[in-house]
Write a protein that binds this ligand. Structure first.
Ligand code: FUL
Length: 428
């Protein structure tokens, strides 16, 4: 194959590919907002209100692990500027709170729990900071932000994701060059979400939903959910999308909110992971610093349903046929109602279209991109002995084809949620 047609820049790095294969992550939004019942606060809430009574990051990580998540991301600093670690850069942090007599470090506790449970750790550090007066002075704030990032990148072991949220940052430039150099120096394997030296991008909504085609190579990404700003790059980059969504309506735990229904969560799974994007599902710790029992039950139910649907795959035996199709032989008597395709991505994303047929030519499923994984629902389960797959694109290669029998398992249903889900949170 010609390298000129496929510049290495457009292929994933090993870290990007590992991140894509991980697929599922869990977001933890917690901070002063949790205690004020707000989604956003303006940086004036007292640090005194941050006082989780029974915080247990082991429980958080166990919850994520049981769901099948491979990484978690914590809001080390949200837009309000309150830091969950005892930073030297500001006293607006856990050090000024009553929690653990001001000697606590939530980032450390989570990092330790991740190490204990073989979970990868990511951190969210909001560029927009509504507390610190230095924010008004871009040069001074860049120094502050770099110092905060340096602390996070130095003191908590290996980080797998750094989440740069574009909310509040329309029209604002940060010193991405130095931020990129710092990450390259201290955490070269970390995925960088959306802004600056990004290695992954936002899918463009907070509903957890991607759409076919899911492009891994792009020049642009949406900045945030609140205005029309897009990030335009001069040259295309390999930037696979991450779909973020909250289990509940809000990102922070609030009294009276319920988890989404199981059919809805399954639909989110199929429209993100099932389309080859990553899913970052937010499970917000409550005022005790624990997972709300209703959320824990919902996540358990989701994990059980996903295992019932996809926990016992049958791997097909692939043979390239002379007519350019891929024949997939399945063991005698295989029953299936889902087919999953996986593309070889080491040289980049190549599949531009695909069709799955039975040996008799009956069309079972079709679509555009495949990517790291593409799951199709086939309707009623049926006995299949061979699949014939056509793929379009520039030297596309399938790595694996699997089938699943989800008979009797809960069924995904997005219902009418989609239209109602993209509201701006109330500013605090
Ligand atoms: C948004 C933020 O404004 C929300 O509060 C939340 O953190 C979400 C993940 O990103 O842009």
């Amino acid at each position: 194959m010609s390298t000129a047609a496929h510049p290495p820049l457009l292929a994933p790095t090993p870290s990007q590919l590992a991140w894509q294969r991980d697929g599922l992550g869990v977001f933890f939004h917690v901070g002063v907002n949790t205690f004020a019942g707000l989604e956003w606060s303006d940086g004036t809430l007292s640090p005194e209100i941050f006082d989780p009574s029974d915080l247990d990051t082991d429980e958080w990580v166990r919850t994520a692990a049981r769901l099948g998540a491979r990484y978690v991301v914590l809001t080390a600093k949200h837009h309000d500027g309150f830091c969950l670690w005892p930073t030297a850069t500001t006293d607006y942090s856990v050090a000024s709170s009553p929690w653990r007599q001001g000697r606590g470090d939530l980032v450390r506790e989570l990092a330790d729990s991740c190490a204990r449970h073989d979970m990868k750790l990511g951190l969210y550090l909001s560029p927009w900071d509504r507390h610190d007066p230095r924010y008004e002075d871009p040069a001074a704030y860049d120094e502050l932000y770099l110092a905060q990032l340096r602390e996070l990148c130095t003191d908590y072991g290996e980080l797998h994701e750094l989440w740069f949220d574009g909310a509040g940052s329309a029209g604002r430039e940060y010193d991405w060059e130095r931020i990129g150099a710092l990450i390259a120096e201290l955490q070269p394997g970390a995925m960088v979400f959306n802004m600056g030296p990004a290695t992954i991008r936002w899918v463009g909504n907070e509903d957890g939903l991607a759409a076919d085609p899911v492009e891994y190579v792009t020049t642009s990404a949406d900045l945030n959910n609140y205005d029309e700003d897009t990030i335009e790059r001069d040259a295309p980059r390999y930037l696979p999308p991450e779909c973020d969504v909250s289990l509940r309506k809000g990102w922070f735990w609030q009294e009276g909110e319920d988890p989404k229904s199981l059919p809805h969560l399954l639909a989110i799974h199929d429209r993100s992971i099932g389309l080859g994007a990553n899913l970052l599902l937010n499970i917000p710790p409550d005022r005790r610093g624990r997972i709300d029992p209703a959320d824990a039950a919902s996540v358990r139910e989701l994990g059980t349903a996903l295992r019932a649907r996809f926990g016992a795959p049958v791997v097909g035996e692939m043979v390239a046929a002379a007519d350019g199709t891929v024949r997939v032989r399945l063991p005698e008597g295989t029953r299936a109602d889902h087919v999953e395709l996986r593309e070889r991505l080491e040289e980049g994303q190549r599949v531009r279209g695909h069709r799955v047929r039975t040996a008799d030519g009956e069309m079972l499923a079709e679509g555009l991109t495949v990517g790291v994984r593409r799951i199709h629902q086939l309707g009623e389960a049926r006995t299949l002995s061979e699949l014939v797959i056509e793929i379009d694109g520039d030297e596309p290669v399938l790595e694996q084809v699997l089938v699943h029998d989800a008979t009797g398992a809960p069924v995904p249903d997005l219902g009418d949620f989609y239209a109602a889900s993209t509201e701006r949170p109330d500013a605090g």
